[in-house]
Write a protein that binds this ligand. Structure first.
Ligand code: CA
Length: 360
């Protein structure tokens, strides 16, 4: 071994011993990063949250830290953004973590599980409960640092060509459903279908599927599902408060100055609040428009809700017995869910139900 390679190898060993310490950017350094979204540009609500974030980072850094936002499929496939941000193909990603439940169902706890936390409770668990701490430990295995970045609020239960009168009607139903809900629905005999947003309309129109859920009135109206399936059900019990997440490649994040780390954190929190606010402003008008166009609104029958709740508890017990990461995080999540609902059922729920029954 010549002298040069000895020095080179010693250098590598030194870096490895130090945990491959990244080069830290100087305060105020000019940097350009890329963010891969899982969503199409047409969804100004969900895709828009990443743009709101990037704009804020630019403003707070005086234009020195710029982030370009790319739609699903542009740099990496829509469902490939976890891998992309994990291996450093992109520095950042914005996604609905339950897309990755096939890798590990634990990812769904960073987004939504059937009969999970609502939007406000999810934010509380992340920012002030143990959610962030537990999920950061989990994401460290993927080399990703996660931040909450948006929530849709409780989603609708989707569009059905025929009425759902009882739990029996779910048997054999071909239903496009996002994320983790399919796991619970398949226990009730439903055949979950994984179809990208852009292809749902045609599948419903052709009758390849019997029903489909997407988000809620504002996004659903844009995709026109009401023209091919008139029955619109609520609530989307599999998505009571789905959270979107910002992923930052851990090495890239560790290389940011403390000033830029604070900017990323604050801009993500800003985009998080902004997205829920956008939905809360846009959904009421969209629902009125849909009803005006003849959409039939129905609550899910009680036996559907009860059977789905029961089958969800079975899925969670099975996962807690087989997956240690799920077991650890779900234990904390479900303990907080019980506490939060005990509190919310008093003054929040009473106030909301009184106000919602008034003529305003
Ligand atoms: Ca959905």
């Amino acid at each position: 071994m010549d002298r040069r390679s000895v020095i080179k190898n010693a250098g590598i060993a030194g870096v490895l011993a130090a945990g491959a310490a990244p080069v830290v950017h100087a305060q105020g350094a000019t940097i350009r990063w890329r963010l891969a979204s899982s969503f199409p540009k047409a969804l100004d609500t969900i895709y828009g949250a990443a743009e709101v974030f990037a704009k804020k980072v630019g403003e707070m850094s005086g234009g020195k830290f710029t982030i370009s936002v790319h739609a699903g499929g542009e740099l990496v496939p829509a469902m490939g953004v976890l891998d992309g941000s994990s291996n450093g193909t992109v520095e950042m990603a914005h996604t609905a973590p339950y897309y990755f439940f096939g890798k590990d169902p634990t990812y769904a706890l960073d987004c939504a599980i059937p009969f999970g936390l609502n939007s406000r409770q999810m934010t509380a668990w992340m920012y002030q409960g143990n959610g962030m701490k537990l999920l950061r430990e989990f994401y460290a295995n993927a080399g990703v640092v996660n931040f909450p970045m948006g929530n849709t609020g409780a989603q609708m239960g989707g569009w059905y060509r025929k009425e759902i009168k009882s739990v029996e009607d779910l048997k054999g139903l071909k239903f496009r459903v996002g994320g983790f809900g399919g796991k619970v629905l398949s226990k009730l005999g439903t055949i979950p279908q994984n179809i990208p947003g852009g292809e749902i309309y045609t599948s419903l129109e052709k009758g390849t599927i019997d029903a489909a859920e997407w988000v809620g009135p504002y996004d659903d109206l844009k995709l026109g599902f009401n023209k091919v399936a008139p029955h619109y059900y609520y609530p989307g019990w599999w998505e009571g408060g789905p959270q979107l997440s910002l992923y930052v490649n851990k090495k890239a994040y560790d290389g940011l100055s403390s000033e830029y780390k604070a900017i990323v954190e604050a801009a993500a929190a800003y985009a998080h609040t902004d997205m829920q606010a956008k939905y809360d402003i846009k959904n009421p008008g969209a629902l009125k428009t849909l009803v005006g166009q003849g959409v039939k609104l129905h609550p899910f029958p009680k036996d559907v809700m009860a059977a789905a709740f029961k089958s969800a508890q079975e899925v969670y017990a099975e996962l807690s017995a087989s997956n240690p990461a799920w077991k650890k995080i779900y234990a904390d999540y479900s303990a907080y869910r019980a506490e939060a609902n005990l509190w919310f059922r008093f003054t929040e729920a009473r106030f909301d139900s009184f106000m919602q029954s008034q003529k305003l």
